[in-house]
Design a protein. Structure first.
Length: 413
């Protein structure tokens, strides 16, 4: 077993690279109805079985004609109508035009559509009041999507941005990766499940609740193993059970310096774990490794630290394991800060911030206040992280700082 005994702090980038370089996507797939596929990840390129649009059609309400028949002055008799779902049959007669509506198939012989606003109806027929451009206002078959083309690559998360388009192709079933199975538990005699009365010295186990909420947003299948007391036998049995049933095991607590040594001893027996000291704040203690079958992540016990390390490390890990190859880290950009920020050099600091606009419409960010790793209320106030460089010190109001907007895992709305 490889263990990290050095006092050196590992950067977030290095930790993430090590984590992602060792893991691969689950290989199991299933075919499910499109109507049940929201938040699932497709396992194969999605190929269009048809052209979109399936036929040449009108982009406007107006009149269709053969451009060569138009002389710029002679009224053109209306030879028929073409409506969506009720197209004109046969070929357009020479010297005539056809009444056509948006989305209607282009009749044989028509190569130009003129919008209704550029026409005038007379007793002799339709007069076109504006110059006509050949081929105008016609949507060509396959102009949007060509039959046989890849609409979405494997690894795409299916949401309301993709599902209606897939439905428009007439695809009823999709091949997706199976949902990731994740076992979750917390460790510590001081923890009590939410909803039960607290005994002396106890606190509520908010970490497991928080992790479960985020896993559900990531559409994982969650195996909740509860709170495990500080007992070597019970902890070992929990790891064994989790390893048997899950792809990923996430624990909270028990990985900090000074915690009971038997946690590391148990992990040493069951797999290969590297205990990291990350150069980030909050969230320095974080463990990652492999049990005999399942991957393992050990989150810190402090609530903010647990949420932050899940967000920055476990979230991309789950994307990798789930096959979500289109996942991207939240965008970072620089804005001025309106408040002083306390910081000491040495660790990459993720402070909770409130991004807003000033009276001039310019972006700015302010701290939520006290940044202690136990102050979880800061997440309910914040909409972003203020990301302060590892060697940066105290930040004065007016300085430029980097911000990272919360994605859907942490957004309050």
């Amino acid at each position: 077993m490889d263990q990290c005994h050095t006092n050196d702090l590992i950067s977030l980038d290095v930790a993430l690279e090590k984590l992602l370089s060792q893991t691969k996507t689950v290989t199991d797939t299933e075919i499910i109805p499109l109507t049940s596929s929201a938040q699932r990840i497709i396992a194969t390129d999605l190929i269009s079985p048809i052209n979109v649009p399936p036929f040449d059609n009108s982009a406007m309400d107006g009149y269709g004609l053969r451009f060569a028949d138009w002389d710029g002055k002679t009224p053109m008799p209306v030879a028929g109508k073409s409506f969506a779902g009720n197209p004109m049959e046969g070929e357009l007669k020479a010297g005539c035009c056809v009444r056509i509506m948006t989305g209607a198939p282009i009749p044989q012989g028509v190569d130009t559509v003129v919008m209704q606003e550029s026409t005038q109806q007379t007793d002799q027929g339709i007069v076109f009041t504006q110059p006509i451009k050949q081929g105008s206002n016609i949507r060509k078959a396959g102009e949007d999507i060509t039959q046989g083309s890849a609409v979405f690559p494997a690894g795409t998360l299916l949401t309301t941005a993709q599902l209606p388009l897939i439905a428009s192709l007439g695809i009823a079933d999709v091949t997706v990766y199976r949902r990731l199975k994740v076992a979750v538990f917390s460790t510590g005699d001081e923890l009590q499940a939410v909803g039960l009365p607290l005994a002396d010295g106890q606190i509520y186990d908010t970490n497991r609740f928080t992790v479960r909420l985020m896993l559900e947003k990531l559409n994982c299948e969650v195996l909740d193993l509860g709170v495990i007391p500080d007992s070597p036998e019970k902890l070992k049995q929990t790891f064994i059970e989790a390893n048997q049933h899950a792809d990923l095991v996430i624990s909270s607590g028990g990985v900090s310096v000074g915690e009971a040594d038997y946690t590391k001893q148990i992990l040493d027996e069951l797999g290969t774990i590297g205990f990291w000291k990350l150069a980030i704040k909050p969230g320095k203690p974080f463990a990652f490794g492999k049990l005999s079958d399942a991957w393992f992540c050990g989150l810190p016990g402090n609530p903010v630290s647990a949420a932050l390390t899940f967000y920055q490390l476990v979230q991309p890990l789950i994307a990798r394991l789930s096959g979500h190859s289109q996942w991207r880290a939240p965008l970072r950009f620089k804005v001025p800060v309106t408040t002083m920020l306390k910081k000491s050099p040495g660790r990459l600091d993720f402070q909770r911030g409130i991004l807003s606009t000033n009276e001039q419409g310019q972006l700015q960010v302010a701290t939520t206040g006290h940044q202690g790793s136990h102050v979880f209320s800061s997440f309910s106030l914040a909409n972003c992280f203020i990301v302060l460089e590892r060697e940066r010190g105290r930040v004065e109001a007016g300085e430029m700082v980097e911000v990272e907007m919360f994605n859907y895992l942490l957004k309050s709305e």
